[in-house]
Design a protein around this ligand. Structure first.
Ligand SMILES: Cc1ncc(COP(=O)(O)O)c(C=O)c1O
Length: 341
C-alpha cells in the first residue's frame, strides 16, 4: 500500500480528513449494523440533543506502525469499556465493546495509507464519539444517537525532545464530587477551555486541578493524569473518583511494577507534598509522559529536582519501557497490542 504524500515529521495536532470513517445509528432501541462512509459531514436537526444539552462522549487513541511494519493500536478494549462507562453516566445507549473495537479496526485499515511510518514519531489519531441526534427540547436524554469513528494523522508530540513544562495550580475546578470527572464527556472539556486559555495567557503550559471539595489534593490536568516519583524511587499516582481513568496511567503502573520492579502507590496526593517529590509527569495517549519541571502555586514556585532540561530518570525509564512495548521492541503483556494489518 502506498502511503500518502505527507510530511509526517512536520505534522501538527490538527484535523486532516482521511478517506473513510465509520457510522452507526441508534433508533427504536437498537444500533443498526453500521457502515463505512466517505462523508465527513454530520447533518442533524437544529434541536438535536447534543446541540442543546451537550449529550456527547468520546474517546481518543492512536494507531501507529511498529518496528516490524505492522499497524497496531494499543489496548482499544479499554477505550471501548471506558466509552460504555461514559454512556451509562450520560443516559446514552452503550455501543457494544466488541463492535467498538471492530469499528476502530475498520477505520484504521481503510485509512492505512495515512498511518505514519515507523520512526516518524507521528501517529494516526482515532476519535470514536457518540451524540444524541434527535430533537430534544425538554431536558431529557435523546432517543436516537449516532456513533462515529474518524481518524486523522498527527505529528510527533515532542519535536526535538521532551522538554519539561511549567504548570500552575488552577483556581477553577474541573470536576465536582459525584459529578462527571471520571468519564470522557464533551462537557468536561467545554468548561476547561477558559481555564486553559487563561493559563496560556499567563505563560503556563497546563493547569493542575485540585479536588473541588477541599482544594488540597492533586487531581489531574485538562487532558492527562499525574504520576510522581518520590526521592526513594516510588511511583505515586493520585487516586480520586473525579479523574479520568487514564489508560496510559494504568499501563504505566503495570510497567513500573512488573517490568521495572518499582513500588507503586495509588493514593490521595496532597498539594503540600508536591515539593517533596523528585519527578513529576503528565500521562496520556498523546505524549505517553510529558515531564513537569515546575509547578507554580499562586506565585510560589515548586521546582522539581529533575529540572527543566530533561525527563527525570525514573520517568524516562517508564517512558522508554512503555513506548518500547508499544513499538514492538519489548515484549508486551498479553492483549495490549492489537494488530490490524
Ligand atoms: C481529562 C483526561 N485525563 C487523562 C487523560 C489520559 O487518558 P489516556 O491515557 O486514556 O489517554 C485524558 C486523555 O484522554 C483526559 O482527557
Amino acid at each position: 500500500m502506498d502511503k500518502k504524500n505527507i510530511d509526517w515529521s512536520n505534522l501538527g495536532f490538527g484535523y486532516v480528513p482521511t478517506d473513510k470513517r465509520y457510522v452507526s445509528n441508534y433508533k427504536d432501541g437498537a444500533w443498526d449494523e453500521g457502515m463505512m462512509t466517505s462523508d465527513a459531514n454530520v447533518v442533524i436537526n437544529e434541536c438535536a440533543g447534543v446541540l442543546q444539552y451537550a449529550q456527547t462522549i468520546f474517546e481518543g487513541m492512536k494507531a501507529y506502525t511498529t518496528e516490524e511494519g505492522h499497524i497496531v493500536t494499543f489496548r482499544p478494549d479499554l477505550n471501548a469499556k471506558r466509552m460504555v462507562d461514559s454512556a451509562k453516566r450520560l443516559e446514552m445507549p452503550a455501543f457494544p465493546e466488541d463492535r467498538f473495537v471492530d469499528a476502530v479496526k475498520q477505520v484504521v485499515e481503510a485509512n492505512a495509507a495515512y498511518v505514519p511510518p515507523y520512526g516518524s514519531g507521528a501517529t494516526l489519531y482515532i476519535r470514536p464519539y457518540m451524540f444524541g441526534s434527535n430533537p430534544v427540547i425538554g431536558v431529557k436524554p435523546a432517543d436516537e444517537y449516532q456513533f462515529r469513528v474518524f481518524s486523522t494523522p498527527v505529528g510527533p508530540y515532542f519535536k526535538g525532545g521532551a522538554k519539561p513544562i511549567t504548570i500552575r495550580v488552577c483556581d477553577f475546578d474541573r470536576a465536582a464530587p459525584h459529578g462527571t470527572g471520571h468519564i470522557k464527556a464533551g462537557l468536561n472539556y467545554a468548561m476547561s477551555l477558559h481555564a486553559i486559555m487563561s493559563a496560556h495567557a499567563e505563560g503556563y503550559d497546563e493547569n493542575m486541578y485540585l479536588d473541588a471539595a477541599t482544594r488540597t489534593k492533586v487531581e489531574e490536568t485538562g487532558g492527562a493524569n499525574f504520576i510522581f516519583v518520590t526521592k526513594d524511587n516510588k511511583v505515586v499516582t493520585p487516586k480520586s473518583d473525579t479523574i479520568l481513568p487514564s489508560i496510559t496511567r494504568r499501563s504505566l503502573i503495570y510497567v513500573a511494577k512488573e517490568y521495572l520492579g518499582l513500588e507503586v502507590e495509588e493514593r490521595e496526593v496532597y498539594l503540600d507534598e508536591v515539593k517533596d517529590f523528585a519527578e513529576c509527569g503528565l500521562c496520556g495517549t498523546a505524549a505517553v509522559i510529558s515531564p513537569v519541571g515546575k509547578v507554580v502555586d499562586h506565585g510560589r514556585e515548586i521546582c522539581l529536582p529533575s529540572g527543566m532540561e530533561e525527563m527525570g530518570p525514573i520517568t524516562k525509564k517508564l517512558y522508554d519501557t512503555l513506548t518500547g512495548i508499544q513499538m514492538g521492541q519489548i515484549e508486551a503483556p498479553e492483549g495490549w497490542i492489537c494488530e490490524i494489518c
